[in-house]
Design a protein around this ligand. Structure first.
Ligand code: FAD
Length: 420
């Protein structure tokens, strides 16, 4: 059979794939996106960070996304042992937007990929990438459609944006275990029916379990009266909490007083979903004729909603390099792509570690924190994790250690009696 060809083949039509496709198509390159599912499709990852808005603008997709009328988000609220605090992204150290959205990904992702098509990319749904032949100038993919028909697509460069599919990580033998502990998430969408004057729909609400360290919740309201709710814990803790995932999720929600009160009248509108062992890494984010974007490369942890931000950041770093390379320039993918991308990911990793070992909850909940410290934290949580002018980016571990050490016990919410 004849081998089809294109300039850039992109595996996956999620945010990373759509952003890279839009940017490259606007430069006049032939871009073909291959997507395993039929859109719209459900995806987890619904709370964005303000840094995303810069990337959406840079690939020309901001208008398409804005048309979705999504719930505005201006920060993150936290609840722990009856204490409430919040970080406002508009009050931050780094320059850049201070608001973003909370989105149902089925709709958001569809709008982005339609925007990429409007920019000139082609997309093929219901088709999966099954095999890969690496080559510095003519990498080749084997595509299989819903009827089981197989064909070859030759590109001049391949971007893997396959998310949890991790296509090239598997096929090119790049998989590497994450240094982060394996955890499990249970989640659903609800008709939330929240009727509470001090509840702020413009913030994600993160709850910490009153007794079990490392167990936490998200509540992400959408603009249509629905919300996403989920719990993250060890697999063992979740298994012990009920007979099925729905009862396990609601058992945990019942243990956090603020969430339990807010969601007293909520009703689920989809089955409880489960994702586990999602943290993953690769030995390299690039190879001859290809690069890995977003979750197809490294994924850390959901706690700071950094996934889509990193996905878009990687796409907007890779796309201009692909264009240069296809115009005959030599590109050093290690120093121009992997190292700078990993710099911001490393900031998030330090924050994730500090979240689970208790340093960050202590810092966030400590009373009487200087506004300047709050602004530095706000910047990272707003996604400006690459801004080296921020001391919490330039020396994350040392600064977080020092901040946590300076918090006095009396300014942190105390544990209550464990429930029986
Ligand atoms: P995806 O959005 O996963 O897109 C990849 C696409 O590739 C999919 O459409 C898939 O069908 C397709 N694909 C896969 N295999 C193939 C194949 N073989 N051939 C063709 N196509 C293929 N991030 C946030 O920003 N905010 C959050 O609040 C948040 N919450 C999260 C909660 C949990 C519990 C978890 C686990 C993650 C969360 N994330 C969050 C992370 C977020 O889900 C991802 O980081 C984000 O979706 C990554 O985007 P992507 O474009 O890399 O991949």
């Amino acid at each position: 059979a004849q081998i089809e060809n294109t300039d850039v083949a992109i595996i996956g039509a999620g945010p990373a794939g759509a952003a890279a496709a839009a940017w490259l198509a606007r430069k006049g390159l032939r871009v073909h996106v291959i997507e395993r599912t039929q859109f719209p499709r459900f995806s987890i990852g619904e709370s964005l960070l303000p840094q995303c808005m810069v990337h959406l603008e840079n690939c020309g997709l901001l208008e398409a996304a804005t048309a979705g009328g999504f719930q505005v988000k201006n920060g993150a609220a936290f609840t722990w042992r009856g204490s409430d605090t919040a970080i406002d992204f508009r009050d931050k150290f780094s320059p850049g937007p201070g608001t973003t959205w909370q989105v149902e990904r089925a709709d958001f992702d569809q709008r982005l990929i339609e925007g990429a098509v409007a920019a000139g990319a082609s997309v093929e749904f219901d088709t999966r990438v099954e095999d890969f032949h690496a080559d510095p100038v003519a990498p080749r993919l084997t595509l299989v459609d819903a009827q089981g028909h197989s064909r070859q697509l030759q590109a001049r460069f391949v971007l893997d944006a396959s998310g949890y599919g991790r296509v090239l990580s598997r096929l090119a033998g790049l998989s590497k275990a994450s240094t982060l502990e394996s955890r499990c998430a249970l989640f659903t969408h609800i008709e939330d029916r929240i009727d509470c004057s001090d509840y702020d729909r413009e913030k994600i609400l993160i709850g910490l379990h009153p007794q079990h360290a490392g167990v936490w919740y998200w509540l992400i309201p959408f603009s249509n009266g629905r919300a996403s709710v989920g719990v993250v814990a060890s697999q063992e803790a979740l298994q012990a909490a009920g007979a099925d995932d729905e009862s396990r999720l609601w058992h945990f929600i019942g243990q956090e007083p603020r969430l339990a009160a807010l969601l007293a009248r909520a009703t689920p509108v989809r089955d409880t979903g489960r994702l586990e062992g999602y943290s993953a890494d690769v030995t390299s984010l690039h190879g001859p004729g290809f690069a890995l974007l977003g979750n197809a490369g490294e994924f850390l942890d959901p706690v700071f909603s950094s996934g889509v931000t990193i996905a878009l950041d990687s796409a907007l770093r890779a796309a201009p390099l692909v264009e240069r390379q296809l115009h005959g320039d030599s590109v050093d993918w290690q120093t121009e792509f992997e190292q700078p991308l990993r710099r911001g990911v490393a900031t998030f990793r330090e924050f994730v570690e500090a979240w689970y070992d208790g340093r960050l909850p202590r810092i966030i909940f400590s009373a009487n924190q200087p506004p300047r410290i709050r602004q530095l934290i706000s910047s990272v949580l707003a996604g400006y994790a690459w801004d080296l002018a921020n001391p919490l980016v330039a020396a994350s571990k040392r600064r977080l250690d020092a901040l946590a050490a300076s918090v006095t016990e009396s300014s942190v919410p105390a544990a209550q009696q464990p429930d029986t």
